[in-house]
Unconditional design. Structure first.
Lengths: 201, 201
DNA sequence: CTATCAATGCGAGACGTATCGTCTTCCCAA
DNA sequence: TTGGGAAGACGATACGTCTCGCATTGATAG
């Protein structure tokens, strides 16, 4: 009845090796070639060690992505969401960074795989959303709230909707590859979300 | 070298049985339980018959979805994209219908599976986009062009961007389940895309 | 304080099952 | 007579479980 393995005795070395192997393999061979046996072999680890700590290969990849995101945050001088007072400029800044991230091979493969897996498996999707996505969205929402308090947005603005109007089209174009993902697109998106597409005059 | 089987001798009976079985199975058991062997068994068909005509189970599902979309179009009195002159109303009408479609169990399972598979497999994704998505997007774009010509949108409006501003957030919320997909959401989205979120005064 | 020892995670890989994609066989219809 | 279809055998691969020693750790006994 080893239902609850003793986490204090867990080998951090193996844990890291598994996460690294998973990221490397998904980048090299794709998600469907990402097999538990391949991860174990690459990491120099017994299969049981993976099965003991993770319920599925998707869960492994999620943890690996969390580690990756954590690294990027600490290393990359991620100073939080900018708030210079110029809402449009701040949003463009962040959306451009997101575009770069989406175009970065290192992040693309695991992000695509997780999004796809989460779309099909609700439980995994919920975890993926809660742990990776929501924290990001919350930053957008906070910045928009600040703008709303500064009187730059209508008092009754639905912040959640606004966030998804920014992130949705970006993610859509990335995921479905309907067109290339560029800085120009990010800029135009911000302008149009702020100003709308209807003719003012 | 049976590279090119003779399509004229193809059994339409088997073809339909395979498509039906694929749709039924993906709805009942999910995409990863959707196996070629299961489809063949369910359809009362030899595996080779599937392998002869389709390169992958995703391709089968794509064809099945195309058939489904075709059915819905002919049966369901799909009168094309409405153009009453009231752009906001027309967009809300269609977006609400899309919400309903996304919430319909019959469409949801295959749509999710295909979107997920296409996100990972570029070739399949391109085919999925071209055959299923683009025709829809073209209708939106045509309606928006009509509005632009009617002077309701700025002359330099990027129609493609506008379409993705409408469809992107909807798809995003559906795929990632960040919040329930309702008619109210569709309405609010249309209003905000047309008017923008920035304070006018 | 040290020497044992039980407990437990780990590396390795054997095991039976499921599905893969190919193939062979016989059958049937054009 | 030709070629697709149904059925299923076939070797390969990955699954998830398991059983081995081995190594580390924390408690117990001298």
């Amino acid at each position: 009845m080893a239902k609850t393995p003793d986490a204090s005795r867990r080998s951090d070395r193996s844990r890291r090796a598994i996460l690294d192997a998973a990221l490397a393999l998904v980048g090299e061979a794709g998600y469907d070639k990402l097999t538990i046996e391949a991860i174990a072999a690459r990491a120099g680890v017994g299969k049981q060690t993976i099965y003991r700590w993770w319920p599925s290969k998707a869960a492994v990849l999620l943890d690996a992505s969390l580690a990756l995101a954590g690294d990027a945050e600490s290393e990359g001088g991620w100073e939080g969401f900018p708030d210079t007072g110029d809402l449009a400029a701040d949003l463009k800044h962040v959306l451009r960074a997101t575009v770069d991230q989406f175009n970065d091979a290192k992040y693309e493969a695991p992000a695509r795989a997780l999004t796809a897996a989460g779309a099909t498996d609700p439980a995994l999707g919920a975890e993926f959303t809660a742990k990776l996505l929501e924290p990001q969205l919350a930053l957008y929402e906070a910045r928009l709230r600040s703008a709303r308090e500064a009187g730059q947005l209508a008092e009754d603005t639905d912040l959640r909707l606004a966030v998804e109007m920014l992130v949705g089209p970006l993610t859509y174009r990335w995921l479905l590859r309907t067109a290339p993902l560029t800085h120009a697109f990010a800029d135009a998106l911000v302008d149009r979300v702020l100003g709308g597409i209807a003719k003012v005059a």
